[in-house]
Design a protein around this ligand. Structure first.
Ligand SMILES: [Zn+2]
Ligand SMILES: [Zn+2]
Length: 338
């Protein structure tokens, strides 16, 4: 039987092991993907460290997958071998549970999480249900596509569902793996894009990404600076520091929304601020496969790209270390050579 190389985590906090497994056959409603690239995401620490409830081992991490559809299982229609596809965090939906029946596919009660509750993309091949597939446009490489189906979709989909209209002031809090994409998406959507980060040195960089204005939260009060610009219709909070998020709330315009993408322990908010100006705080879940597909298409159309550091699959330990060090600029992507 033909074999493939996969990177598995044998147990919580275990090392990455490169092992051979038989190339799996897709079951009914599933496809096999020949993986070309897979991003390493901060959320992969769930699998590596065993910090996600109910994890089973060994597990192959990776939910920023880009590759070529290689085989289809019984009953699969509309998808054919040779198509270029991506798979993100959302590992598909059932279509039958109550949230699915209400059209809220992202909240499917039977949904899998790629690389966490099912084996993911740190591998030469993987299996995915058709409801997890996003088409990759011809003019995006696999390495370009991979981070867009996680960091990309999260920022793109939150922005387009934020209520902001072209010309509105929108702030992106944090210019890291998510934020450097958020700034680009916001600018390409025609939003008056304000980047907020720590340190004066980031200003030329965010301007190059398309930001209209920069606020250095080390030396400036972000809320006061946003109010000078008329207040932010939307703040996309990509950081994981609750105090940094709370410090921007006073900069929301009337009817403004703080969209929470990062997950700090807690937030501090003065309810009077919410009531008086009808402001709101809203969480945003990345999205489903069609949202990934839209993200990829928009990126191809407008030139939005993640900045990636690329490592071959066998250097996974080094690549993971690079990502968790926080020093990567800005995403780390594994390639299989396929
Ligand atoms: Zn991710
Ligand atoms: Zn469902």
């Amino acid at each position: 039987m033909a074999k493939m190389r996969v990177v598995q985590v044998p147990h919580p906090k275990g090392p990455f092991e490169i092992v051979e497994r038989p190339i799996p056959e897709p079951g009914a409603g599933f496809v096999r993907i020949k993986v070309q690239a897979c991003g390493i995401c901060h959320s992969d620490t769930f699998t590596k460290e065993g910090t996600f409830p109910g994890l089973e081992y060994p597990r192959v991490p990776g939910h920023e997958v880009a590759g070529i559809l290689d085989a289809v299982g019984p009953g699969v229609v509309d998808w054919t071998p040779g198509q270029r596809v991506g798979v993100g965090w959302h590992g598909g939906y059932c279509g039958r549970c109550e949230p699915c029946r209400r059209g809220e596919l992202f909240a499917c009660q039977n949904s899998k999480i790629t690389g966490i509750t099912t084996d993911g993309g740190y591998a030469e091949f993987m299996i995915a249900p058709v409801s997890a597939l996003a088409l990759i446009p011809a003019d995006l490489s696999a390495v370009e596509a991979a981070p867009l189906v996680c960091a990309g979709i999260t920022t793109f989909n939150s922005l387009r569902n934020s209520g902001a209209c072209p010309g509105d002031v929108v702030a992106i809090l944090g210019v890291g793996g998510l934020g450097h994409l958020g700034v680009q998406f916001a600018a390409k959507m025609g939003l008056k894009t304000v980047a907020i980060a720590r340190g004066k040195d980031k200003e030329p960089f965010v301007k190059k990404l398309g930001a209209w204005h920069y606020i250095d939260s080390q030396t400036q009060d972000p809320a006061a600076e946003l109010l000078k610009l008329g207040g932010a219709k939307v703040i996309i909070a990509t950081v994981t520091d609750g105090d940094a998020m709370s410090a921007t709330l006073g900069g929301l315009a009337i009817n403004g929304t703080l969209m929470v993408l990062g997950a700090p322990q807690s937030l501090t908010v003065a309810p009077s601020l919410l009531i008086g100006g009808r402001r709101s705080i809203k969480g945003w879940y990345s999205g489903t496969s069609i949202d990934s597909q839209d993200t990829l298409a928009f990126s191809a159309l407008t030139g939005v790209r993640a900045m990636n550091e690329v490592f071959p699959l066998e250097r996974v330990a080094e690549a993971y270390e690079r990502m968790t060090s926080g020093k990567a600029r800005f995403r780390v992507v594994l390639t299989t050579g396929a």
